[in-house]
Design a protein around this ligand. Structure first.
Ligand SMILES: [Zn+2]
Length: 297
């Protein structure tokens, strides 16, 4: 089975678990089960997002999009982030209301049984996806599997809480757990939003990759009497871009300069996977017009 087929299956599993957990909530009136059902929506969003990422990453650059389509995923993650935050706030609202107006739960046994079945389904799916992710080294698949595992733990917590309510009669355990789940959902929503705004704002490469870039460049400076400056980087989905100037003695032939540029490019690309670099060749004492003065305002 292909990685894509696993992701399509995980969308189907997310839909089934949402249905099971919604039924559990409807049966028992438990707000923590309602929160758990909404958390499965996060999984659905995650699976759809991962599927879109895998599909879009396969699209080659075209005439209208010569840099590729890597940024499209940020739109979907931003949209999902908003949905997830709205869901988290809804649960908090419901849980706070239940806290003030406690209500006895019905048919806890049925609710617990449905939650256990849906968690088993999630656990099985996560296990299969993690195995495949290791085999094909897919980041999207692994991320989706990790979401699922978080969901299994949340459900386990909710089930333990409901069994606690059954054993002790402490009704407040239910809204308390719902609040914990809601905070976790909000955390995931904020994380998705930050990822998407970071990408749309042309976020720089992470510090570790930049250190590798600088380490590579420093290797070339002493033997060649050259200078690198105006180093700028940005991330677009799984693709990383870097632009820089390579200044060298004006007496060099273009052929010599281009050969060295090729070496620098190769060294950079093998140090940072997925990197694309654009290197401008300039004499030592000439600077490119990188910015129009009037643009600075
Ligand atoms: Zn320069």
């Amino acid at each position: 089975m292909q990685a894509r087929a696993y992701l399509q299956l995980s969308v189907a599993v997310a839909l089934v678990t949402i249905a099971l957990k919604t039924a559990a909530w409807w049966w028992t009136g438990s707000v923590s089960l309602a929160a758990d059902a909404l958390e499965s929506l996060v999984n659905l969003a995650g699976a759809v997002f991962a599927l879109a990422m895998v599909t879009l990453a396969a699209l080659p650059p075209d005439e209208g999009h010569p840099y590729g389509h890597h940024k499209a995923e940020y739109f979907s993650s931003g949209f999902e982030g908003i949905l997830i935050i709205a869901a988290g706030l809804g649960i908090l609202w419901g849980a706070a209301d239940r806290w003030q107006h406690p209500q006895a739960l019905d048919a806890i046994g049925i609710g617990v049984a449905l939650a256990v079945v849906s968690s088993a389904l999630n656990g099985l799916m996560a296990w299969a996806m993690l195995r495949k992710a290791r085999e094909v080294r897919s980041v999207a698949l692994e991320g989706d599997a990790r979401h699922l595992i978080t969901d299994v733990w949340t459900s386990a917590g909710v089930v333990a809480g409901l069994l606690g309510v059954m054993a002790t009669g402490w009704q407040w355990l239910d809204p308390l757990l719902a609040i914990v789940v809601a905070l976790n959902i909000l955390r995931e929503g904020v994380h998705l939003m930050r990822e998407s705004t970071g990408g749309l704002m042309d976020q720089a490469l992470d510090a570790e990759s930049m250190n590798q870039v600088h380490a590579v460049l420093e290797r070339f400076i002493p033997p060649h009497a050259i200078r690198f400056d105006h180093i700028a980087s940005r991330v677009a989905g799984r693709r990383r871009f870097i632009d820089l100037h390579m200044h060298m003695p004006a007496s060099w032939t273009l052929g010599r300069a281009a050969a060295l540029r090729g070496d620098v490019e190769q060294a950079l690309m093998s140090a940072v996977p997925g990197l694309r670099c654009t290197i401008q060749l300039l004499p030592m004492d000439v600077e490119a017009h990188t910015m129009d003065e009037e643009d600075l305002i």
